[in-house]
Design a binder for this molecule. Structure first.
Ligand SMILES: [Zn+2]
Length: 200
């Protein structure tokens, strides 16, 4: 017979669904939350709901934002001749942390993966091509991760952008094959960016 109270069990189960949270950690967090002051718990649960309800995709770059266009797309200080293409919003964060890129971004929200049934139409590639109709864009830097899917996606995009006369580059990787931008430090990412090569 299970001795855990049903609401605690529910909380553990929900936390356990989060990435990187195993059942032990979920249990520890659940009991921690129950011990917290009620107003602190309310702040936590409201912030989760607010984030979900208020964050949407920027109509230009598809990054997560609470204002449209996002701060980067609407900034007059950014160089709008260069667009860095990344897989996920978290990769924009990683690039911004390096402070070595001052252009704009385009978030694909995934990569081409036949195994997972994700094709080009599921990604924000059409939206990217639409942005290229604006003559101000001179270079596309493809910063998808150095995985099979990331490379496939980079190749797919380059086949569409190169004929449009847009210089298309792929960031070099001090990052090992199979790596993930999110986990690398500023120096590694900025080196990768500076050593990017042109796709032809
Ligand atoms: Zn934007």
């Amino acid at each position: 017979m299970k001795m855990t109270a049903k609401p605690i069990e529910n909380l553990i189960n929900q936390l356990n669904k989060l990435p990187g949270i195993g059942s032990k950690t979920a249990q520890r967090l659940a009991y921690y939350i129950i011990d917290m002051q009620q107003d602190e718990v309310e702040k936590l649960s409201n912030s989760i709901l607010d984030a979900k309800l208020q964050v949407k995709e920027c109509s230009i770059c598809s990054n997560f934002t609470d204002e449209d266009p996002c701060k980067i797309c609407s900034s007059s200080k950014r160089d709008n001749s260069t667009i860095c293409v990344v897989e996920y919003p978290k990769d924009v964060e990683a690039m911004e942390r390096t402070r070595c890129f001052n252009g704009l971004y385009h978030v694909l929200h995934g990569v081409i993966s036949p195994q997972k049934g994700i094709g080009p139409a599921n990604l924000k590639i059409r939206e990217l091509l639409r942005r290229l109709e604006d003559d101000s864009v001179e270079e596309i830097i493809i910063a998808t991760n150095p995985t099979v899917e990331g490379d496939t996606t980079a190749l797919y995009i380059s086949k569409l952008t190169i004929p449009l006369g847009v210089k298309t580059t792929r960031i070099a990787y001090g990052i090992p094959v199979g790596g993930d931008l999110e986990y690398y430090d500023e120096v590694t990412i900025s080196t990768a960016l500076n050593n990017r090569r042109e796709l032809k």
